[in-house]
Design a protein around this ligand. Structure first.
Ligand code: ADP
Length: 488
C-alpha cells in the first residue's frame, strides 16, 4: 500500500509536542510493515535540519490558486531516518513559513490552509498512485473536503483523519472555503462550528469528510463523547461513531531505548539498573543538583499549558521538596502569563538547589537524559488524549505518577490499587484533579521507594518490559487502512 502522511510536525526536525513523535513513529512502523510511505510538512524556517540525512531542493515548481492569487510552490525532499519527507512552501509572491514559529502566528489558519491545498496538489502531480492520505489535527483537516470535491476525479485515495487533541479545533470566521476555492454549497453547512454558525470548525470538517477518524487512545475516544472533553463536538463524534475509534499511540523504540540511546551518559537495560543510577548522578552533576543517596528525583516534562494541570505541578514541586526529594521541571509555556508565573516560581526557589527549572521549549538530548536519570515522572493532566511522556518514562525505568484520564488511564496501572497490580502494576495513579490527590500519591510513591525497595525494583522492571512500541498500534492502523481501501 502507498500512504502519504500530511502533518504540521515531525520529530525531531519540527516538534512542538506528541504529534511530532506520532508522525515519525507511525509512518516508520507502517513502512517497516512493507508499505511505501512519505510525510509532508511545511518548510519551516526553524527546521532542525541537522537531524536530516540529506535535504535537496527539487527542480520543478508548481502553482496553486489561493486567496485568488497564484502562488509558486517549492518542494524540498529530505531523508529522516529511513523516511522520505517532503517540505513545502511558496516561493512567490511570498512565503508562508518564513517565521521562527511553528504555531502562534496571527495567520496560522491561512498558513495551514495554504499548506493543505499545496500538499494535496503535490500528491495530485507526483503521487497519484497513493492509496491513502492520513491527516492530523485541524492544521491539515481541510485536505479532506478538498480531496472529496476537487481532487477525487483526478486520483483515487481514501482519507484517514487523526485527532491528537480535541481542545484545539481550528475555529475561524475566515472564509477558508473561498481561500482554497471550495464551493460553499452544499458542503460549508456541514463544517460550521456548533456553537457559532458564522465560523468554520476544522476538526469537524475533518470528521465529516474523512473515510475514517480516530483519536489517540481508546479511553480518550470515550471521553470526547461527553461535553467535558468533546469541547462542543461531542454530538458530532456520536453522529459519526460508525467510522470513529481510539488507537493508542506507540513509542518508537529505535529512538527511545535506554539500551542504545546516544544521548545518554551510559546505556542500560532492566537487568543493569545500577547504570541507570549512574546516569542519575551524571544528570544531577550536569544540572548542579546535590548528589544525595537514596533521594528520589522527580521530573515533569511538558508544555506548560492549562491541560497539564499547572496548579498540581506546582504543588508536586512543593510536596516533593517537603518529602526530601529533588525535582526537575522541564518545558516552557507558549502563553506569556503562564511563563511569567513559572519564572516567578523559579525565582522563589533560587536558593534551593534541589529543584531545577529548565524553561527550554525543546531540547531533545536533555529530554532523553532526564527520562533516564529520574526516578519518577509526574503527569497530573486535567485531560490527556494519549500522553507519551509516561510511556517513554516506563521504558527508561522511571516510575510514572499520573492522573487517571485519557491515555494515561489506558497505560498506567497503580501498583497498590489496580486489581491486576501484581501482573500489570507499573506506576501510581489517582482520579481527582486536586492538589491533595497528587500530594497523597507522591507520598505513597516515596513510601514504596524508601520502605519497599524490592517492590520498587519490580515496578521498574515490569514497566521497562511492557511493550508500548508502535508495532501493535501500527497494525491497528493498517487494519483500518486495509478495510477502507479494500486492500491487504
Ligand atoms: P503534548 O503532545 O500534549 O505536548 P505528549 O505527552 O503527547 O504531550 O508529548 C510530549 C512530547 O514532547 C514528548 O516526546 C516529550 O518528551 C516532548 N517534550 C516536552 N517538552 C519538551 C522539551 N522541553 N524538550 C524536548 N522535548 C519535550
Amino acid at each position: 500500500m502507498k500512504i502519504g502522511y500530511i502533518s504540521s510536525e515531525i520529530s525531531p526536525i519540527a516538534k512542538v509536542g506528541g504529534l511530532a513523535d506520532v508522525s515519525l513513529g507511525l509512518s516508520r512502523a507502517i513502512q517497516a510493515m512493507g508499505n511505501q510511505t512519505f510525510v509532508m510538512i511545511p518548510k519551516y524556517k526553524s527546521l532542525k535540519t541537522k537531524y536530516l540525512e540529506y535535504i535537496k531542493e527539487l527542480d520543478e515548481t508548481f502553482s496553486i490558486r489561493f486567496d485568488n492569487k497564484v502562488y509558486q510552490i517549492k518542494v524540498w525532499e529530505a531523508k529522516l531516518y529511513d523516511m522520505r519527507i517532503y517540505l513545502l512552501d511558496a516561493c512567490s509572491p511570498h512565503s508562508f513559513f518564513d517565521s521562527p514559529l511553528i504555531y502562534g502566528e496571527k495567520n496560522d489558519l491561512e498558513r495551514f490552509s495554504f499548506f493543505s491545498l499545496a500538499a494535496l496538489e503535490y500528491i495530485n502531480l507526483q503521487h497519484r498512485n497513493v492509496d491513502l492520505i492520513h491527516l492530523n489535527d485541524w492544521h491539515t483537516a481541510l485536505v479532506a473536503p478538498l480531496y472529496q470535491y476537487k481532487f477525487k476525479t483526478q486520483f483515487n485515495a481514501k482519507i484517514v483523519f487523526t485527532i491528537h487533541n480535541m481542545n484545539y479545533q481550528g475555529v475561524t470566521e475566515l472564509p477558508l472555503f473561498d481561500l482554497v476555492g471550495l464551493p460553499k454549497d452544499p458542503y460549508l453547512q456541514q463544517c460550521l462550528h456548533p456553537a457559532d454558525p458564522h465560523k468554520i470548525n476544522l476538526i469537524k470538517t475533518g470528521i465529516v469528510f474523512s473515510d475514517f477518524v480516530n483519536t489517540v487512545s481508546p479511553n480518550y475516544y470515550h471521553e470526547i463523547k461527553n461535553p467535558q472533553n468533546g469541547h462542543g463536538l461531542e454530538s458530532v463524534v456520536l453522529e459519526y461513531e460508525k467510522k470513529f475509534t481510539g488507537i493508542l499511540n506507540g513509542i518508537d523504540y529505535d529512538i527511545w531505548d535506554p539500551k542504545i540511546d546516544k544521548a545518554l551518559f551510559l546505556n542500560y537495560s532492566a537487568e543493569e539498573l545500577e547504570k541507570k543510577y549512574l546516569t542519575k548522578d551524571y544528570l544531577r552533576k550536569e544540572l548542579q543538583i546535590p548528589l544525595k543517596d537514596r533521594t528520589p528525583l522527580v521530573a515533569c516534562i511538558c508544555r506548560l499549558v492549562p491541560q497539564k494541570g499547572l496548579p498540581m505541578i506546582k504543588h508536586a514541586i512543593k510536596h516533593t521538596l517537603n518529602l526530601g526529594g529533588q525535582f526537575i521541571l522541564f518545558g516552557s509555556s507558549p502563553i506569556p502569563q503562564i511563563q511569567e508565573d513559572f519564572n516567578q516560581l523559579k525565582i522563589k526557589y533560587t536558593e534551593n538547589p534541589n529543584v531545577k527549572f529548565i524553561f527550554d521549549s525543546y531540547n531533545e538530548e536533555l529530554a532523553h537524559q532526564i527520562y533516564a536519570g529520574s526516578d519518577m515522572l509526574i503527569c497530573p493532566s486535567l485531560f490527556e488524549p494519549c500522553g507519551l511522556t509516561q510511556m517513554i518514562a516506563l521504558h527508561y525505568g522511571t516510575v510514572p505518577i499520573v492522573r487517571q484520564t485519557g491515555g494515561l488511564a489506558d497505560t498506567i496501572f497503580d501498583i497498590e490499587h489496580h486489581e491486576l497490580a501484581e501482573v500489570l502494576g507499573n506506576g501510581f495513579s489517582y482520579l481527582p484533579p486536586t492538589k491533595k490527590a497528587i500530594e497523597n500519591t507522591l507520598t505513597r510513591a516515596f513510601k514504596v521507594y524508601h520502605e519497599k525497595p524490592l517492590l520498587w525494583k519490580k515496578t521498574i522492571e515490569r514497566g521497562m518490559k511492557m511493550d508500548y512500541s508502535w508495532q501493535a498500534s501500527a497494525q491497528k492502523y493498517f487494519d483500518i487502512y486495509s478495510k477502507i481501501t479494500s486492500k491487504q
